[in-house]
Write a protein that binds this ligand. Structure first.
Ligand code: NAD
Length: 257
């Protein structure tokens, strides 16, 4: 198994893309640490089931990615981090002049600042071992904009900039840092946006999916969590040793338009 002996921490991984990434890393043999802010028995059971399915060590560590000290404590409590996948993220849709300040602050904290804190905590260990992967789950919205998503788009553009900076600071040290930019992936986060989008655009569910969400995704197909996980596994492979400081779009052609 290509990633046997490596420990991967995936933030925000009790659902959606994070869970899909954890599955693919476990399938490739990595030990995985799942995370979210909740600390329910089912969170720990999810990790136990995933570990059993792929015969790898798997744990769940609760930590709130909106809090810098929790981000750093997650890395410390995991006891080592070879692969860091910064995935936790939330969304809120409103025009800039009506955007709630507390939502702006929370989105910037979870979707951007958490990656700064976890990276800062993980890099010294990666340097000591001479190998590491920092993979930031940005978005097509890290490269392009849409109306009503100012905080999310600002945070995701920031995530791309952070990835390039960490790549330059770690170049030649056996560590790479990249951002994956998914287009629309049908996960709970996207499901939750559908009612807001229906309200903002005055459309029914099917029309919003076809005419708003997938309008800019030329394939008119959602990407899958397995495809994002597979891209993460590729970035952890020797084939990607010289891939650093860049973005990989998994967006059905969105950013080619
Ligand atoms: P999701 O809502 O299914 O998953 C988000 C995860 O983040 C959950 O596990 C949630 O518990 C966790 N989370 C939220 N707040 C947290 C906090 N304070 N601390 C720790 N964990 C927290 O959403 P998803 O679609 O799987 O999104 C995952 C990432 O992928 C996000 O960063 C999102 O912006 C990005 N993304 C998603 C899409 C898409 O179409 N689904 C597209 C591009 C990028």
């Amino acid at each position: 198994m290509e990633l046997a002996g490596k420990t991967a921490i995936i933030t925000g991984s009790n659902s959606g893309i994070g869970l899909g990434v954890a599955q693919e890393l476990a399938r490739a043999g990595a030990s995985v640490v799942l995370n979210s802010f909740s600390d329910r028995p089912e969170d720990h059971e999810l990790a136990a089931e995933l570990g059993a399915r792929h015969a790898v060590p798997a744990r769940y560590i609760a930590a709130d990615m909106s809090l810098g000290e929790d981000c750093r404590a997650l890395i410390a409590r995991a006891g080592g981090c070879d692969i860091l996948v910064n995935n936790a993220g939330i969304q809120h849709v409103a025009p800039v002049d009506e955007f709630p300040v507390e939502k702006w602050n929370l989105i910037l904290a979870i979707n951007l600042s958490s990656a700064f804190h976890t990276s800062a905590a993980a890099l010294p260990g990666m340097r000591a071992r001479g190998w590491g992967r920092v993979i930031n789950i940005a978005s097509a919205h890290g490269l392009t904009a849409s109306p009503f998503k100012s905080a999310y788009i600002a945070a995701k553009h920031g995530m791309v900039g952070l990835s390039k900076t960490v790549a330059l600071e770690t170049a030649g040290q056996g560590i790479t840092c990249n951002a994956i930019c998914p287009g629309y992936v049908l996960t709970p986060l996207v499901e939750a946006q559908i009612p807001d989008q229906m309200k903002v655009h005055g459309m029914d569910r099917e029309t919003v999916i076809r005419e708003v969400m997938l309008l800019r995704q030329p394939s008119r197909q959602f990407a899958t969590v397995e495809q994002i996980g597979g891209t993460v596994v590729y970035l952890c492979s020797p084939a990607a040793d010289q891939v650093t400081g860049t973005t990989i779009s998994v967006d059905g052609g969105w950013t080619a338009l």
